[in-house]
Design a protein around this ligand. Structure first.
Ligand SMILES: Nc1ncnc2c1ncn2[C@@H]1O[C@H](COP(=O)(O)OP(=O)(O)OP(=O)(O)O)[C@@H](O)[C@H]1O
Ligand SMILES: [Mg+2]
Length: 510
C-alpha cells in the first residue's frame, strides 16, 4: 500500500524532531554530565556499536605509556598524512617548512581523509581527548592527540601488515626529507613547562657554517668529514659489534679557533639536530637522564666549555693531591664558573656528578634512539678528568689550533674571493712566526666599509700580525729581563752569603 503524502510528510517531521531532540539531549548530556560518567557511557556505546559494525579501528597515540617520548609511529603517520592529505583534506593547518621559505600543510584536528591501498579504502581522522583540569586549576587541561584509521574487516591482514608498514616507512622518509632542523636548549626559563611534554625548547637551526668555509688544514678536514660520514652510514656495523650507535668528539683549543663553528658544520654535513646542553642548568643526574631520553636520533648533543660547566675535575684533583699548575688561571676559571652557574641557576648550583655525566654518555640510557654524536668543547683539555675523555667515550679528539697559511687561504677565498695575491707571501712568512686565531684573521678580512677592498683587508691582517709579533717579542724581552733579574738577585744573595760566611769564619778564629 502506498503511503499518503501527508502521512509521509508527517513521518519525516516526526523523525526529524526525534533526531533533533536526541541530539539536544546528547549535547546537554555532554555539557553537564560529569567527565567520568560521560566516559563510562561512551565506552559502552562504542563497545555496542563495535559489536555490530563490520569496520575495524586502530588508534595511534602521540604519547604512549610513560609519556616520556613522542611515539615514533605517531610522528611517522603525521608525516605520511601531511604529505598525502593536503590535496584532499578540507581543513588544513599550515606550518613553516624547511628553510623557512614555504608553508607545509597538514590535516587539522578532527579532519577526515581517505587513503587507498591495493583496492582497500582507509579512513583517517586526526583527533584528541581532553582530560579535565585538576582541582584548583593548577594543571591545565591535558590534550592527548591521536590518529585513528578505519577499514573494513575483510582487509584486516593487509592493513595491519603491509599497509601500516608502508605508512611508517614512507612517513619516516618524508620526515628526513622535509625536516626543519632544530637547535634545542634546556634553558632554565622553560623549567616550569616540564610537566608538559618536553624539557627542551627549540628554535630553527639555520647556521651557515660548513666544512668548506672552515679554516682548517685540508688533510685534517678530510679526515674529520670521512669519520663523520662513516659514522652516519654505520648502523649495520654498530648493531653487528653490539655497540650503541653513537660517537663522542672532544674539540679542544684556544678561544676563537672554530670549535663552535665546527659543531654547526657537523650538523649541516649530516643533517642532524643540535641539542645544546647547559649542564649548569641541570638540577641533578635524574634530570640529566630525562633530558637524554628526550633527544631524538640524528642529533648532536653538545656540552660547550665542559671544563667550566661543573666542578667535575675538582674531586679528582683533591684526591690526587696534585698542586695547581697555574693558580691564577684556575682562579679566573673558578670565577667564570661561578658567574655562569649563578646566571643559569639563580645561584642554586647543579648536583650533576661526574659519574652521572659518564652514565649520560655511555650508560644504558644513551643507547635509546641511536645515531647520536656527543660533542664536548674545552679551552683547557688538561683540566678534564681522563675518565671523561678516554677513548670509547670521547672517541675522537680534535685539536683546533691557530690559523696556518692553508687556513688563511680558505678564509681569503670566503671573505675576499681571492685565490692568490702578491701579499700572500708576506702573510705566509708572518704566520710562521706568530700565533693568530682564525677568529682574528676573519675579523681582519671583513670589509668594514663600502670603500674597503681586498688589498686593504690584507694589509689590515699584516698589521695585526706585525702587532702580535711585536707584542710577542716584547713579552719575550720582559721574560728575559725577569729571568736575568732573578739570576742577578740570586747571585747577589749568594755573594752576600759568601761574604757573611767569610766574615763569620774570620771572627770565629782565635
Ligand atoms: N676554523 C675556522 N674557520 C672559519 N672561521 C672560523 C674558524 N675559527 C673561528 N672562526 C670565526 O671566528 C668566530 C668565532 O669562532 P668560534 O665561536 O667557533 O670559536 P670557539 O673555538 O668556539 O671559541 P670559544 O672557545 O671562545 O668558544 C666564528 O664566528 C667564525 O667566524
Ligand atoms: Mg665556542
Amino acid at each position: 500500500m502506498e503511503m499518503v503524502p501527508s502521512t509521509r510528510a508527517e513521518m519525516w517531521t516526526k523523525m526529524g524532531s526525534t533526531l533533533a531532540s536526541f541530539m539536544f539531549i546528547w549535547a546537554v548530556f555532554r555539557q553537564y554530565c560529569p567527565y567520568e560518567l560521560r566516559r563510562y557511557f561512551e565506552k559502552y556505546a562504542h563497545a555496542i556499536m563495535g559489536y555490530f559494525s563490520p569496520y575495524i579501528k586502530i588508534s595511534i597515540h602521540e604519547f604512549t605509556g610513560d609519556r616520556l617520548k613522542r611515539s615514533e609511529a605517531y610522528v611517522a603517520v603525521e608525516a605520511y598524512l601531511s604529505a598525502n592529505s593536503s590535496k584532499t583534506a578540507k581543513r588544513l593547518k599550515a606550518e613553516m617548512g624547511k628553510d623557512s621559505t614555504n608553508l607545509v600543510l597538514s590535516m587539522d584536528e578532527y579532519e577526515k581523509v581517505t587513503d587507498e591501498f591495493r583496492g582497500a579504502k582507509i579512513w583517517w581522522v586526526a583527533s584528541k581527548t581532553v582530560s579535565p583540569s585538576r582541582p584548583m586549576g593548577y594543571y591545565p587541561e591535558q590534550e592527548k592527540r591521536y590518529y585513528r584509521l578505519t577499514f573494513h574487516k575483510r582487509y584486516r591482514e593487509m592493513i595491519t601488515g603491509d599497509y601500516l608498514e608502508h605508512v611508517v616507512k614512507e612517513g619516516k622518509e618524508i620526515r628526513v626529507r622535509n625536516r626543519q632542523r632544530k637547535l634545542y636548549t634546556n634553558s632554565p626559563g622553560y623549567k616550569w613547562l616540564s610537566y608538559k611534554q618536553t624539557m627542551w625548547s627549540h628554535i630553527v637551526f639555520e647556521h651557515p657554517a660548513t666544512f668548506e668555509t672552515m679554516a682548517l688544514e685540508p688533510s685534517k678536514k678530510k679526515e674529520i668529514i670521512e669519520d663523520l660520514v662513516t659514522f652516519s652510514q654505520s648502523r649495520e656495523f654498530y648493531s653487528r659489534i653490539g655497540k650503541a650507535w653513537k660517537r663522542g668528539y672532544l674539540l679542544f683549543g684556544p678561544p676563537g679557533t672554530g670549535k663552535s663553528t665546527m659543531i654547526a658544520a657537523m650538523a649541516n654535513l649530516l643533517n642532524y639536530d643540535v641539542y645544546d646542553l647547559e649542564l649548569t642548568a641541570v638540577k641533578d643526574n635524574t634530570e640529566l637522564r630525562k633530558l637524554l631520553i628526550e633527544t631524538t636520533s640524528k642529533s648532536i648533543i653538545v656540552i660547550e666549555d665542559i671544563d667550566c660547566s661543573l666542578d667535575l675535575t675538582g674531586q679528582r684533583k683533591k684526591k690526587a693531591g696534585k698542586a695547581m699548575v697555574d693558580e691564577d688561571k684556575e682562579k679566573t676559571e673558578k670565577e667564570r664558573r661561578e658567574v655562569k652557574e649563578e646566571s643559569n641557576n639563580g645561584g642554586g648550583g647543579s648536583r650533576v656528578t661526574l659519574s652521572g655525566l659518564l652514565n649520560f654518555i655511555d650508560g644504558l640510557w644513551s643507547a635509546c634512539g641511536g645515531e647520536r654524536l656527543i660533542v664536548f668543547t674545552t679551552n683547557y683539555v688538561e683540566k678534564l678528568d681522563p675518565a671523561l675523555i678516554r677513548r670509547g667515550r670521547m672517541d675522537k679528539h680534535i685539536e683546533l689550533s691557530y690559523c696556518g697559511f692553508e687556513g688563511f687561504k680558505v678564509l681569503a677565498k670566503n671573505y675576499l674571493k681571492l685565490d692568490t695575491h702578491p701579499l700572500f707571501d708576506a702573510i705566509d712568512g708572518l704566520m710562521k712566526e706568530v700565533n693568530i686565531t682564525p677568529a682574528d684573521v676573519a675579523e681582519s678580512l671583513m670589509l668594514k666599509s663600502p670603500l674597503d677592498n681586498a688589498e686593504k683587508c690584507l694589509w689590515s691582517l699584516i698589521h695585526a700580525l706585525e702587532e702580535s709579533e711585536e707584542e710577542a717579542a716584547k713579552k719575550v724581552a720582559e721574560q728575559e729581563e725577569i729571568s736575568c733579574k732573578q739570576i742577578k738577585d740570586h747571585d747577589t744573595t749568594a755573594m752576600e752569603d759568601d761574604v757573611q760566611h767569610h766574615e763569620n769564619n774570620v771572627s770565629e778564629k782565635p
